[in-house]
Design a protein around this ligand. Structure first.
Ligand code: C2E
Ligand code: MG
Ligand code: MG
Length: 399
């Protein structure tokens, strides 16, 4: 088997060659250009086990080369090397991953012996073909329809806490499907299905009804939690929706001010005018509205301009790691500023570690919801979690 290295700078090429030869028994073939590497691939692609490629090259650059690899169905390891700034390297990385190439890693020049060693080890692991990955099971609309009717949907709740005080502000309701054979199925596997087959109204009604009953139980236990429920844009085609919510809340004995509707626009609105009509009526009933996953998809500035939101949830891709990534931090802080100027409460989704928490606390964001605080849990576990959180809260806020 052979390893290809591609770099237009002869000195670097020689250096990499020497480093790799001292680390592996495989033949290491230096290529001064991407064209030379493609010629090797054309001669015998099956012989090539790993490619180290520079990004910045005259004639064909690394990005163009990646595209050629995709066209050739190259399925062995690839390592990108660059002297460019980290953002360029990150972008190239995303591109390679989006093309489903086996990207083993990226290396900032000059490569160290340890980095090369690590890439060789990763390469060795993918050469033994991995067992085919279990693909998420695809469910039919009929399966889902029956599950809704049979009461197989179950609400989980994830706490939201105030960053300044650690106080528990409320929870977000996240639906799960308790499948008799497959266990717990996550919403990514059935929400779109529900939207596409006209089942989202039934689904939302079931989730909302259970969430309001749960809210009543918490109120009875002395807990005043704001309870958020996710709504799909498709729910806003149903003119009866605001009245349904008001009726159900009344039956449950929950004030509408305890409810927050989180709205994500996963696909384009069917009928923007009817949606606007419904959203304004929800507002008149004092139900709070939250714009979910802000910064992604259609959750955009146009929505902020057009709809009267009370809360902005910054998508977790702009939260986790913001403390050490300039680009992510810039977007996060701009979102906070915008929300503040519009008089909205801010929620950071997805803090996963202490660094994220410390960063958010210093940022002035109002609320946080993420694995660092708690994972989603059944309603019955929330009271116990709050008791345990009290101890951690003291350490995080005072300590
Ligand atoms: P979402 O509304 O943005 O909910 C947050 C998702 O992020 C949840 O995934 C939650 O478990 C996950 N999450 C929270 N903290 C962290 C973290 O620190 N790290 C990571 N990696 N993930 C975190 P889940 O429960 O799988 O829900 C996925 C999406 O499904 C939700 O995203 C929401 O858009 C949708 N969804 C859930 N329940 C409903 C529902 O009843 N109706 C509708 N229409 N959509 C729902
Ligand atoms: Mg949500
Ligand atoms: Mg979200």
């Amino acid at each position: 088997m052979k390893i290809l290295i591609i770099d237009d700078e002869p000195f670097i090429l020689k250096l990499l060659h020497r480093q790799l030869v001292s680390l592996t028994d495989q033949e290491v073939v230096p290529c001064e250009s991407a064209h030379a590497a493609l010629a090797e691939l054309a001669a015998d692609a099956a012989q090539i086990s790993l490619i180290f490629c520079d990004l910045q090259m005259p004639q064909m650059d690394g990005i163009e080369f990646v595209r050629q690899l995709v066209a050739l169905n190259y399925d062995k390891g690839l390592v990108l090397i660059s002297g460019e700034d980290t953002r360029t390297l990150e972008t190239a990385k995303r591109l390679a991953l989006a093309h489903k190439l086996q990207l083993l890693g990226t290396i900032h020049k000059p490569a160290t012996r340890e980095q090369l060693q690590q890439m060789l080890e990763r390469g060795a692991n993918i050469c033994t073909p991995a067992p085919p990955r279990a693909v998420g099971k695809i469910y039919s609309a009929e399966d889902l329809r029956q599950a809704i009717a049979a009461g197989h949907l179950e609400n989980y709740y994830q706490p939201k806490v105030e960053l300044a005080t650690g106080k528990v502000f409320g929870v977000e309701t996240l639906v799960r499907w308790r499948h008799p054979e497959d266990g717990l199925v996550f919403p990514d596997q059935f929400i779109t299905l529900a939207e596409e087959h006209g089942l989202i109204d039934d689904l939302t009604r079931v989730v909302l009804t259970a969430a309001l009953a749960q809210t009543r139980q918490w109120l009875d236990a002395g807990l005043d939690l704001k309870v958020a429920v996710n709504a799909s844009m498709d729910n806003f085609n149903d003119v009866e929706f605001p009245d349904f919510i008001a009726r159900t809340a009344k039956k449950a004995g929950v004030p509408l001010t305890s409810l927050i509707l989180e709205i994500t626009e996963s696909r384009l609105m069917q009928d923007p005018l009817s949606a606007l009509d419904i959203i304004i009526r929800l507002r008149l009933k004092r139900i709070r509205l939250s714009i979910d996953d802000f910064g992604t998809g259609h959750s955009s500035m146009a929505q902020l301009r057009d709809l009267p939101f009370d809360e902005l949830k910054v998508d977790r891709s702009f939260v986790h790691g913001a403390w050490h990534n300039d680009a992510i931090r810039a977007i996060f802080e701009a979102s906070l500023n915008m929300a503040r100027q519009l008089g909205m409460k801010t929620v950071a989704e997805g803090p996963e570690d202490r660094e994220d928490w410390d960063f958010l606390k210093a940022s002035g964001c109002d609320l946080a919801q993420g694995y660092f605080i708690a994972k989603p849990m059944p309603g019955s576990e929330v009271l116990g979690w709050i008791a345990a959180w009290e101890y951690r809260r003291q350490e995080l806020i005072d300590g």
